[in-house]
Design a protein around this ligand. Sequence first.
Ligand code: IMP
Length: 223
Amino acid sequence: MRSDECGIRNEGQPQLRTPHSELNTQMLSQPFRPHSLGSDLHASESDVESILLSEEQIRQRVAELGAQISRDYEGREPVFVSVLVGAVMFTADLLRSVTIPCSLDFMAISSYGKESRSSGVVRVMKDLDESVESKHVIIVEDIIDTGLTLNYLLDNIRNRGVASVKVAALLDKPSRRLTDVSVDYVGFEVPDEFVIGYGLDFAQRYRNFPYVGVLRPEVYGGK
Ligand code: IMP
């Protein structure tokens, strides 16, 4: 059952903001993965156009998700597979809200080919430490954008003979989906903007910001 079907999708989501500028639209029509950019970037609060999700909103919603997962997995012992690096904050807070026995493992992946596009063809940079065969796996992601990365991950995990696999994502940008993937536990739906903070980066910066904010397009050359 999808999270929205069982009523856990957040009703009090932040207002969707006005669509971004034309230039911005052009940039964001492709997944943006600027890992190689911005070595001289000095991340500052003034780079944030607006705060989309406050620390308190995130705290409350993540606690709800943890409680929901604990109810849904009662009697089972799920393995959380956290996708490095972006999902680290979300994973740490989510697991503290989970009240049933569970374990945690990490995967790190990186895209093949052009770094600014999500091809969905990814390379496993760090694999799981333990086998997940016959286990109930919950993939923990920071944000689902085109869904191509998640699609790959789901195939990868399913091929290991798991008992089940579901997905928990802090953020979802459904308007940008290029593939039909189902996200079982969604923290917040967000508009088609480039967001940073609470683990999410631009050029490896801003992960330490405690809220989720919209990055000013000037910072990544969108205006
Ligand atoms: P997808 O394959 O397009 O779904 O890519 C998802 C990945 O792209 C996420 O795990 C993030 O690493 C990155 N990403 C997509 N949108 C954003 C954003 O707005 N801010 C930061 N990272 C993003």
